[in-house]
Design a protein around this ligand. Structure first.
Ligand code: TYD
Length: 231
């Protein structure tokens, strides 16, 4: 979705719970900063202060009454705010944007997972994002059992550390996770030019290397300058 009016580069991370997405995103951000790139780090749901308030509603396991369509609209409310307040301005300034999840998550979780109409999701995407979308999506693919066992271990750690409960979606049934993963496979087939599937069962450093190779190619193709090059 490269737009010539946007000199920046938009990278998104996707993957099921327990795929190692957060660790890999951290590593990429540290490397980009160390290399002198100016970047904006954001997340969905979350990012902006308003987005973080929406995130609390979405991920609180006390909100089991949240209707699927209300959930869908909240994800897009969060995204519209993220695009307007943070992402579009950053891209205009030529920065690299790294987002933990974006609309592919909505297609996978609300579309395939909850059975909502993908066409309606894409219409909401157009409304919320106004042509802003990732240039490169790094999808960390993980087998359900391995992913869930990692996610459960993480949730137990959060509970032990008395951090807020964010397990509402992690608690879904196995079939839900299988539908989500199949949807990601479908998105990879549909958008081979944008989405890179990475085998997240590989050793952690091999995953990091795959990600860096792809990002380096995109940086070169976008002729991005390092922030330090301006001074
Ligand atoms: P998050 O805290 O980002 O954890 P992780 O990405 O490490 O799993 O959790 C976000 C949860 O929200 C995750 O279970 C996927 C879900 N989600 C959706 O269902 N739809 C969406 O559009 C997005 C962005 C996330």
């Amino acid at each position: 979705m490269t737009d010539s009016r946007r000199p920046g580069l938009f990278l998104s991370f996707e993957g099921m719970d327990g795929s190692g997405k957060t660790t890999q995103m951290r590593r990429l951000i540290e490397r980009l900063r160390a290399e002198g790139y100016d970047l904006l780090e954001t997340a969905e749901p979350g990012g902006t202060p308003i987005g973080l308030q929406i995130r609390r509603i979405l991920l609180d396991s006390a909100n089991s009454a949240l209707a699927s369509r209300a959930e869908l609209l909240l994800y897009f409310a969060c995204r519209a705010q993220n695009v307007a307040e943070w992402i579009r301005p950053a891209l205009r300034e030529g920065r690299i944007v790294v987002s933990d999840r974006f609309t592919d998550s909505t297609l996978a979780y609300q579309g395939a997972g909850r059975g909502l109409d993908p066409a309606a999701i894409l219409t909401l995407h157009d409304l919320a994002c106004q042509e802003v979308g990732p240039d490169l999506t790094l999808y960390l693919d993980i087998d359900r059992e391995l992913g869930l066992s990692r996610a459960r271990a993480r949730n137990a750690e959060r509970a032990a550390a008395a951090q807020p409960d964010e397990t509402r979606i992690d608690d879904e049934a196995a079939e839900f996770h299988d539908r989500v993963r199949a949807a990601y496979a479908g998105l990879c087939r549909q958008h081979p030019e944008r989405i890179l599937r990475i085998d997240a069962a590989q050793p952690i450093d091999a995953v990091t290397q795959d990600i860096w190779s792809a990002v380096e190619r995109h940086i070169a193709a976008h002729s991005l300058r390092k922030a330090s090059a301006h001074v």
